[in-house]
Design a protein around this ligand. Structure first.
Ligand code: ZN
Length: 69
């Protein structure tokens, strides 16, 4: 299904089995878990919607997110 790309804000595609998020606009290709962590990092409101994932990653370093640039 279509979701907002966390990197370029265009339309990305979430696989039906939630295994992967792919964006053809910026060549994004990450796991859904990585996507959730990225979104939660950038938008606090998503942390509530995706509480299960955000909660499980609390306390982790955000250092890996900086490697996207
Ligand atoms: Zn993108």
């Amino acid at each position: 299904m279509k979701i907002k790309c966390p990197k370029c804000k265009d339309n990305a595609e979430l696989y039906p089995d939630f295994s992967c998020v792919v964006c053809s606009h910026c060549d994004l290709d990450i796991s859904y878990g990585e996507y959730v962590r990225f979104v939660a990092h950038n938008d606090a409101t998503y942390s509530d919607i995706l509480g299960d994932y955000a909660g499980s990653t609390e306390g982790q370093s955000s250092g890996t997110l900086d490697e996207w640039d």
